[in-house]
Design a protein around this ligand. Structure first.
Ligand code: AGP
Length: 609
């Protein structure tokens, strides 16, 4: 889950790499480095900490050259430090690596027994040793890489520069994302489209086991056996403004405010506005299959898992089909027995989360149809699943997921309606009601965003609580979990999400005057029960912040702060209820002086176990 960028054939290669790394910083940000070939030698600069530290070094002492590689790191093997930062340079070879080499201990012993010195604590340095040995043997970069790949076990995307081969660069992947941008007489290779977007929209995604070899302006794709293969160059559609902060202080804040628009966009491909009907043409191709589905499994991690939990309510209540939700890292190791005629839905913003990808592969091994709900098109999951749906949230940069969550909820709503329809469980009037409710949601979301000011003002007070308990019932239980996750990851405060009915079975003991209790209590069929849970928490001294439906006098009386939401259907409530929780986490973290867009110890896509 590091970010890698390579550039071949540009006078401004150093800038291209640094700008690319900036856009990939969400993938890791504990150290960074760059190596450039100046025609004679490879020079390298590395720095611990954020990319800014590397930039400062380069401002004093820029690197020269048209070809180079760069890396922004999320530490797996060895702590963040300059010596562990990439590129790793051994002999005349420099490499950057994203992924994990699982057999690194054996390789390390093997290299040590050959009398070689190992300079860092990383698994990645070993790749540089192996390539260096092979370059010396074969004299060729491509043959060297061909001989190294079979020695590596695990997940790896690697870029290689060689001093003896000034015009060449080679890149290969065994899983982690890697794509090549074809600009005018130059190439940019990166872990994500974001690093390539400013220069070209002509790209090729490398698949597992593929290599690209570049020599000046020529390039060739190979498989692992160095047999040449043909790959298509795609033209992708984007707009630069997607990756700018557009006047907001943080990407996260921008993404929170973008949510009404993103939600509307996520619906566009799946709704016929004129007829108020659901249209999922790609899914309709599999109509017979969906008709026969008896069981749905939803598998995901983190925030995507919580949207899956909401999905469970939607699929069971709207489509009337049994649904189970699993955390991907648990699913893959518990020898799941998937029943025939079932559908496995994998939810992932990045489409690269290692555990979710492994769960997808496991489901396929068991012969069960898989459907992805990803944000990043062409991601590994998107490519490997049988059926694809998309969040259409646009690029999400903040490590804390916000708009992708909202867009997952909207696609899950539509999908539940689609499933109900193919199964003949949905009256036209019900379909119209669902579609109209979804279409009206963005404007309700706009009105909830006005709580931004409330949380900006309240943050100083809120940050002094010793902890936060988030409670909700039904579809608001996953929202409570999501609220707690956001606060943990951004404010580094103790926060827990609970099904409100479970309070009396233990968590009540946590409550005193130092504990904030965030109660989600919109007026749905569980409202009265939620209010009883709220009274219990208040009686123990809990400082209640409640989020409920407009003009709820009772809730207002019971709370130190009451935030009202527009009155909407039960399935729309989660879209609205999550927004105050996102704003709360953002402002508390900001008041605590934390880096909201890049919280400590985390990275946006978790491509390691
Ligand atoms: C949420 O704010 C996270 N940073 C994290 O939990 C994330 O949702 C999780 O890692 C799953 O990512 P994915 O959706 O890209 O698979």
């Amino acid at each position: 889950m590091c970010g890698i960028v390579g550039c071949v054939g540009r006078d401004d290669a150093q800038d291209v790499i640094i700008k690319g790394l900036k856009s990939l910083e969400y993938r890791g940000y504990d150290s960074a480095g760059i190596a450039m070939h100046n025609g004679d030698y490879i020079n390298r600069t590395r720095a611990k900490g954020k990319l800014m530290n590397l930039e400062q070094k380069l401002a004093k002492d820029p690197l020269i050259g048209k070809n180079g590689i760069g890396h922004t790191r999320w530490a797996t093997h060895g702590p963040p430090s300059e010596k562990n930062a990439h590129p790793h340079s051994i002999g005349g070879v420099s490499i950057v690596h994203n992924g994990i080499i699982e057999n690194y201990l054996e390789l390390r012993d093997q290299l040590k027994s050959m009398g070689l010195d190992i300079y860092s604590d990383t698994d990645s340095e070993l790749i540089a040793h192996l390539v260096n040995i092979e370059v010396k043997k074969t004299g060729e970069l491509a043959s060297a890489v061909k001989n190294v790949i079979p020695q590596l076990e695990g997940a790896f995307a690697v870029l290689v520069l060689s001093e003896k081969h000034p015009d060449e660069m080679i890149a290969f992947t065994n899983g982690p994302p890697l794509l090549v941008g074809f600009a005018e007489e130059s190439f940019i290779i990166a872990s994500d489209l974001l690093a390539i977007m400013p220069y070209t929209n002509k790209v090729t995604y490398l698949s597992e086991g593929e290599i690209i070899y570049i020599n000046k302006t020529n390039y060739k794709f190979f498989n692992n056996d160095l047999k040449e293969i043909q790959k298509n160059i795609e033209t992708v559609d984007w707009s630069d403004e997607l990756v700018e902060k557009s006047g907001y202080s943080h990407f996260m804040l921008k993404e929170i405010f973008e949510q009404p628009r993103s939600m509307a966009k996520s619906l566009e491909p799946y709704i016929d506005v004129d007829n108020h009907s659901i249209t999922m043409p790609e899914l309709e191709k599999h109509a017979d299959f969906f008709k026969s589905v008896e069981q749905v499994y939803i598998i995901a991690c983190g925030t995507s898992f919580y949207s899956g939990m909401v999905g469970e309510y939607l699929i069971e209540k709207i489509a009337g089909v049994s649904c189970k939700v699993d955390i991907a890292s648990e699913f893959r190791y518990r020898e799941p027995k998937l029943i025939k005629n079932s559908l496995v839905i994998l939810i992932s913003q990045s489409g690269e989360t290692a555990d979710t990808l492994a769960a997808l592969r496991l489901a396929k091994e068991q012969g069960v149809k898989t459907m992805t709900l990803c944000n990043v098109q062409h991601s590994s999951m998107d490519r490997e699943s049988d059926i694809q749906t998309y969040m259409n949230a646009g690029v999400e940069i903040g490590v804390a997921s916000t708009k992708a969550f909202i867009c997952s909820l909207s696609v899950l709503n539509v999908f539940s309606g689609f499933l109900a329809k193919v199964k003949g469980n949905f009256e036209k009037s019900e379909e119209e009601k669902l579609v109209k409710a979804l279409l009206a949601t963005p404007s309700h979301m706009e009105s909830v965003l006005t709580y931004d000011k409330f949380f900006a003002d309240a943050a100083e007070r809120l940050k002094s609580y010793k902890g936060f308990l988030y409670m909700g019932r039904g579809v608001h239980f996953p929202i409570a979990l999501e609220g707690a996750l956001k606060l943990k990851e951004l404010a580094y405060m103790h926060a827990e999400g609970y099904a409100a009915g479970e309070m009396k079975h233990g968590p009540l003991a946590l409550i005193d005057e130092q504990m904030a209790v965030v109660m989600l209590a919109p007026q749905d069929d569980l409202y009265e029960k939620t209010i009883s849970n709220l009274e219990t928490a208040k009686a123990r001294g809990g400082q209640v912040i409640s989020i409920g439906t407009i003009q709820d006098k009772k809730l207002k009386e019971l709370s130190i702060n009451f935030l009202s939401l527009p009155e909407v259907d039960w399935n729309i409530n989660p879209f609205l209820a999550v927004i105050p929780l996102q704003l709360l986490s953002f402002h508390v973290a900001n008041a605590l002086g934390h880096d909201v867009d890049q919280p400590r110890n985390l990275a946006k896509s978790v491509t390691v176990e």
